[in-house]
Design a protein around this ligand. Structure first.
Ligand SMILES: [Zn+2]
Length: 629
C-alpha cells in the first residue's frame, strides 16, 4: 500500500536526520584538577563554515554588568578528527576564530575559577562566578565554563560531568539517566572511566537554557521540601559546616508558602533548586548576593552563624524566586533574544528588579512573616538609601537603558527606588480600584498577556499597563518612571492613612556619625570624618583609626555581627556616663573617651500610621497590607 510505504520512507529519513542532528557535547572531569584549573573538552557540532568564531559571554541575563568570562579561559585548541591542530586566533577577551572549522571535531581549553582570581578589575559578581577547589567544591556557573559558536546558540547542549563518587551535583537541570551515546562520544568518554568516579549527564535545549542552569558539586548537604506540589531542593556548601540545608529549608518553607498565596495559590514551576555557596569569612569577596534562573537560584553568602543569615536568606530567597514572574515570564525583546556579546538593555529595570524587590518584602508583611513596623522600617531604609546614595532625579528608564555604561553607578538603585516605584504603583492601584486591584493582579495580568516566549516591545509596555488598569497610571509612569521626579510619598501614603515626613529633627545618642570601612585584615576602621557630629568630635576620631574595643568589649569576630554590636553599644548609652573607644592609630593603641551626651540629628523618611484615618483609608490600607479574606 502506498500510504504506509510513504510513511515508512518518511520515518527512515527522519531517523537518519535525527542521528545527524548537530549537538554540542561538553565534558568536564572534576577529578583532574591541575594547577587550580580544569580542562574542558567539547565534541563540536558539525560546522559547515570554513571559519567560525567561538564565544564566551560578555554578559549574562540578570546581571546588568559586563563580566567578560573569556578572561578566565586559556590554551584554547581546536582539532580535526585525526587529531591535527587547527589554526586558532584569539580576537579579544571573549572570542576566538578557528580556521578550517568545517574539519573541526573537538575543542579543548583550560578554565580558571573566578572566586580566587588574581584579576581584580571589573570583578564578576560571585553569584555568577565559578569555583574550582580540588576535592572540596566546584561551582559551575555555566557562563564561566562553556561557550558557543557564532550563529549556533539554538542547538542543543549536552554536558557530561565526571565526579568523585561522594560528590553530588546540585542544579535545576534534570539529569538524563541512561543516555544513548554516539560512537565518537562513547570513545571519548572511555578515557574518563576510572575507579571511584561517576558520570552525570545533562541536556539543555539551547545556549540560553544552558547558561540559565548553574551546577554546584560537593559532598551533599541537601534537603528537599514539597511546597504545594512543587519539589524544592535546598543545597548548601558550608566549608566550616555551620550553615545547614535543613535550617535554610525550614525557613524558606514559610516564605515559599506565602509566595504561593501571593501568586494566587500555585507556584509557577514543578521543580526548583536553591543553591547556596557559603564562603569562609577570610576569603569573602566584597560583593555577596544571589542570581535568579528559571528553575534555580544561586547564592553567594558568608559562612557565618546561620541565625545571622536568616533575614538575608528570606529576603534574597523571596526576591530570586519571584523573578520567575519577571523577567522570566514578563520581559521585553532585549531579554527574549538575549545577545551575550553585544548586549542591549531593556528600559524596564523598574519592572524586572523593582517590582521583584517590592514583592519580596510586601509578601512578608502581607502574610505575617514580618510585622507592619518591620515593613515600614524596610521602606524607610530604602527611601533613605535612594535619596542619600543615588541620584534621586534620574529618569528610571534612562538609568535602565544606560546601566552598562554612563549610569552603571546608579544600577543598584533598582533595589531601592525601583522597589518604591512598585510600592507607589500598588497603593495607587488599590486606591483607584477601591481595594480590589493591586500590583499582584497587574503582574498576573501581564504574565497571561505575555509569558515565557512572547516578549513585549519596550516602548509598548506603559500603554499596555495603562490599558489593563487606569488612565491615571499613565501620569505616574510619565512623571516618576520615564521622568525623574522624586516619588510622591506623602500623597501616596495619604491614600492608605499613613503619615509621612521627609525629615524631622531630634536629639539622640550616637557613636559619632563617622564613615566606617573594613580593611584587608577584616578590621573596622574610620574611613571618613567629614560628617562627624559633636560626640564624634568629643571622642576625637581620626581617619584610619582601627576599632579594637568599645567600652572594653572587643569588636566581634564576624563582620555579620557588626551592626548588632554598634546598635547594642548605642542602646546602652546613658547621659553623663563615660564612653570609651580603643583604637589602633598607626602602631599605637589609643584610648578615646568622652562623657555621653545626645546630639542633634535629623531623622529622614518618617513613616507612621495615622491613628485618625478614615474608614476608607483603613479599607485601602488593609487591602494593601493584609491578605484577601
Ligand atoms: Zn533581582
Amino acid at each position: 500500500m502506498k500510504k504506509s510505504i510513504l510513511l515508512f520512507t518518511f520515518l527512515f529519513v527522519y531517523a537518519i536526520l535525527k542521528a545527524a542532528d548537530p549537538v554540542y557535547t561538553y565534558i568536564v572531569d572534576l577529578t583532574r584538577v591541575n594547577n587550580d584549573q580544569l580542562l574542558v573538552t567539547l565534541i563540536t557540532p558539525e560546522i559547515e563554515e570554513k571559519e567560525i568564531t567561538y564565544y564566551f559571554p560578555k554578559i549574562i541575563p540578570g546581571t546588568y554588568r559586563i563580566a567578560d568570562y573569556g578572561r578566565f579561559i586559556s590554551d584554547l585548541k581546536a582539532y580535526d578528527k585525526k587529531g591535527n591542530e587547527l589554526k586558532v586566533i584569539r580576537v579579544d577577551d571573549n572570542s576566538w576564530t578557528i580556521s578550517k572549522s568545517h574539519k573541526m571535531t573537538k575543542l579543548t581549553y583550560l578554565v580558571d575559577d573566578i572566586f580566587d582570581t588574581e584579576i581584580k578589575e571589573n570583578q564578576v559578581y560571585p553569584m555568577a562566578g565559578t569555583n574550582i577547589e580540588d576535592g572540596k567544591n566546584f561551582v559551575l556557573n555555566t557562563s564561566g565554563f562553556f561557550g558557543y559558536f557564532e550563529g549556533k546558540k539554538e542547538l542543543p547542549f549536552e554536558l557530561k560531568i565526571i565526579r568523585p563518587d561522594a560528590f553530588y551535583g546540585s542544579t535545576g537541570l534534570i539529569p538524563v539517566l541512561n543516555p544513548s551515546l554516539s560512537a565518537s562520544i562513547e570513545k571519548e568518554m572511555l578515557q574518563y572511566v576510572s575507579e571511584g568516579t561517576q558520570i552525570d549527564h545533562f541536556t539543555t535545549e539551547n545556549y540560553n537554557h544552558f547558561i540559565d542552569s548553574p551546577l554546584m558539586y560537593c559532598e551533599p548537604d541537601t534537603a528537599i521540601i514539597d511546597v504545594a506540589g512543587t519539589e524544592v531542593l535546598i543545597s548548601v556548601y558550608s566549608p566550616n559546616k555551620i550553615v545547614s540545608s535543613e535550617y535554610i529549608a525550614s525557613n524558606l518553607k514559610e516564605i515559599l508558602y506565602a509566595q504561593r498565596d501571593y501568586l494566587g495559590g500555585e507556584l509557577p514551576v514543578d521543580k526548583y533548586a536553591f543553591i547556596f555557596y557559603c564562603e569562609d569569612p577570610s576569603k569573602l569577596l566584597p560583593i555577596q548576593g544571589a542570581l535568579e534562573h528559571s528553575y534555580s537560584s544561586f547564592y553567594y553568602f558568608p559562612d557565618v552563624a546561620q541565625e545571622n543569615l536568616l533575614d538575608g536568606i528570606r529576603d534574597a530567597g523571596a526576591h530570586e524566586f519571584f523573578h520567575i514572574i519577571t523577567p522570566l515570564n514578563i520581559h521585553s525583546e532585549e531579554i527574549q533574544y538575549f545577545d551575550f556579546n553585544t548586549p542591549k538593555i531593556s528600559e524596564h529595570l523598574w519592572l524586572y528588579e523593582g517590582m521583584t524587590e517590592y514583592a519580596a518584602h510586601h509578601v512578608q508583611v502581607k502574610y505575617g512573616i514580618i510585622s507592619q513596623e518591620e515593613y515600614f522600617a524596610t521602606l524607610k531604609q530604602k527611601m533613605t538609601v535612594a535619596s542619600n546614595n543615588f541620584n534621586d532625579t534620574l529618569s528610571f528608564t534612562d538609568l535602565s537603558r544606560y546601566t552598562l555604561d554612563k549610569h552603571s553607578s546608579q544600577y543598584s538603585n533598582v533595589y531601592f527606588k525601583g522597589s518604591l516605584i512598585g510600592m507607589c504603583l500598588d497603593i495607587m492601584l488599590r486606591d483607584l480600584s477601591d481595594g480590589e486591584y493591586g500590583t499582584q493582579d497587574m503582574m498576573s495580568n501581564l504574565s497571561r498577556e505575555y509569558g515565557k516566549d512572547n516578549p513585549f516591545k519596550d516602548e509598548d509596555l506603559f500603554d499596555k499597563i495603562v490599558s489593563l488598569t487606569y488612565p491615571e497610571i499613565n501620569d505616574f509612569f510619565q512623571n516618576y518612571v520615564q521622568g525623574g521626579a522624586i516619588l510622591p510619598y506623602e500623597e501616596v501614603f495619604q491614600k492608605v492613612g499613613v503619615n509621612y515626613q521627609s525629615a524631622i529633627s531630634k536629639r539622640e545618642f550616637s557613636i559619632g556619625r563617622i564613615g566606617l570601612g573594613v580593611n584587608e585584615n577584616s578590621q573596622v576602621y574610620v574611613s571618613g570624618i567629614g560628617r562627624m557630629n559633636e560626640f564624634g568630635k568629643a571622642l576625637g576620631y581620626e581617619v584610619n583609626d582601627v576599632f579594637l574595643k568599645i567600652n572594653g568589649e572587643p569588636m566581634p569576630e564576624s563582620l555579620a555581627d557588626l551592626q548588632g554590636f554598634f546598635d547594642e553599644a548605642r542602646k546602652n548609652m546613658k547621659e553623663g556616663e563615660i564612653f570609651t573607644v580603643s583604637v589602633k592609630r598607626g602602631e599605637e593603641e589609643v584610648q578615646l573617651s568622652s562623657e555621653i551626651f545626645k546630639v542633634d540629628s535629623s531623622d529622614q523618611h518618617v513613616i507612621a500610621i495615622n491613628e485618625e484615618a478614615t474608614e476608607r483609608q483603613i479599607r485601602i490600607r488593609d487591602a494593601w497590607l493584609k491578605p484577601v479574606k
